[in-house]
Design a protein around this ligand. Structure first.
Ligand SMILES: Nc1nc2c(ncn2[C@@H]2O[C@H](COP(=O)(O)OP(=O)(O)O)[C@@H](O)[C@H]2O)c(=O)[nH]1
Ligand SMILES: [Mg+2]
Length: 409
């Protein structure tokens, strides 16, 4: 059957149109519009996941539940916020979305999302099968980044598995288990490579890289601190080394310490700095309470604590960046929407995030930086000033770009 080609001619980016409305107006393309939304949902599993790990009773589930409850409250138009009891998609907070919504007088505002997984039950000895042991480690192997929650709050009512609060010691217990699991993985792999090495140069290269990682792990370090060539990195990727995953520490404090932190937080910041990792201060309990409050009460409560938020937003944003994720926007009267792409993606690849047809049939993109558009005040003004750019297939999309795609299917 001959493919039925539908040409979408270049439509100037009028303030009242986004490409989605353009599609909807072309009667024949209704189905495409609908499919495009389905397809973006299909792509969701490919979306990156962050795993929340830590010792028992440090506040992981409290944090996870607050993340999910917030997502549900903010984005009622996503019915499937919780995929499984311990997997949730959350909206990525972004002030620019509201600004663009105002600019375009959009009927709807749709944030972009990412996934968090509450990974329960790591205890000392997990790499030897203690507790949930290997199941826990397998769960971590599937995530793209680790949010390591450490307890920096004192509360006699909440039992501490080690008997006292000591976040650096706690973090080291977890990191040791992850390291031991990686070591076991590497030993198995190197055993297998032994035979292949006699005849295969690749096997030799991989083994040499693993030997370097092994030495670092045996010294108490993490695989992520080992410099690898692109070739080596690609070779060891299938191993899914846990300590190679990017990590962020979340110091969970009581409400009184949210504004200024405490000595425990400082210790964790020092530990993280040694590893080149970031730290975000949160209060899981404050976030859990905020979920229950109305807008006014929230503000009063936060004002009383001397903070602007309980740390949840900062944590989501920091994790999003840690995963190498970036945002571009589409905006029009129908909706203003944020889309996730990976740093370094070209315009056709970024278009493919919305729908594979957009990538396949990509012709050109019309774009302007979000700040620039807000400065102009409207798309018409931006056009008059000559600030809208026409970009081709080679264009690398930048953080905050407002995009409109011209394509042909
Ligand atoms: N005082 C205080 N208690 C907290 C805080 N975060 C969590 N908790 C409590 O600690 C207990 C364990 O929390 P949970 O989130 O289940 O920990 P998980 O085992 O790491 O998932 C619960 O009773 C929580 O209410 C906090 O910031 N301050
Ligand atoms: Mg839990």
């Amino acid at each position: 059957m001959a493919p039925v080609g539908v040409w979408l001619f270049w439509l100037p980016m009028a303030p009242s149109t986004s490409f989605v409305t353009i599609l909807a107006r072309e009667g024949t393309n209704r189905a495409l519009t609908e499919r495009s939304q389905d397809a973006s949902a299909d792509r969701f599993p490919a979306m990156l996941k962050a795993g929340i790990v830590g010792l028992p009773n440090v506040g992981k589930s409290t944090l996870f539940n607050a993340l999910v409850a917030n997502a549900q409250a903010q984005a009622a138009n996503f019915p499937f916020c919780t995929i499984e009891p311990n997997v949730g998609t959350v909206s990525v907070p972004d002030a620019r979305l509201e600004q663009l919504t105002d600019l375009s007088k959009s009927a709807e505002t749709i944030p972009t999302r990412m996934e968090f997984v509450d990974i329960a039950g790591l205890v000392k000895g997990a790499s030897q099968g203690e507790g949930l042991g290997n199941k826990f480690l397998a769960n971590i192997r599937e995530v793209d980044a680790i949010v390591h929650v450490v307890r920096c709050f004192e509360d006699d009512d909440v039992i501490h598995v080690s008997g006292s609060v000591g976040p650096v010691r706690d973090a080291e217990v977890i990191n040791l288990e992850l390291g031991l699991s990686d070591l076991a993985q590497i030993e198995k792999r190197r055993e297998r490579l032994k035979k292949q090495m006699r005849t295969s140069k690749e096997a030799q290269t991989e083994d040499a890289a693993l030997e370097r990682i092994q030495a670092v792990l045996e010294g108490g370090g993490a695989a992520r601190s080992v410099e690898l060539s692109d070739e080596e990195a690609l070779m060891i990727k299938p191993l899914g080394l846990l300590t190679a995953k990017p990590i962020i520490y979340a110091t969970n404090v009581s409400e009184d310490d949210l504004a200024a932190g405490n000595g425990f937080c400082e210790d964790v910041v020092a530990l993280a700095a040694k590893e080149g990792a970031e730290t975000v201060r949160i209060s899981a309990q404050v976030e859990a309470e905020l979920v229950e409050l109305g807008e006014e009460e929230r503000k009063d409560y936060l004002d009383g604590l001397g903070v602007e938020e309980g740390g949840l937003k900062s944590l989501i944003r920091a994790t999003y960046r840690l995963l190498g994720l970036r945002t571009y926007f589409t905006t029009g009267e129908k909706e203003t929407r944020a889309w996730t792409f990976r740093a370094g993606m070209t315009a056709p690849q970024a278009a493919g995030v919305i729908h594979t047809d957009f990538e396949r049939g990509f012709i050109r993109a019309q774009t302007i930086g979000c700040e620039k558009l807000l400065e102009a005040g409207s798309l018409v003004e931006a056009r008059n000033k000559g600030w809208l750019r026409s970009e081709g297939k080679e264009y690398e999309v930048e953080e905050g770009d407002v995009m409109e795609f011209l394509f042909n299917v």
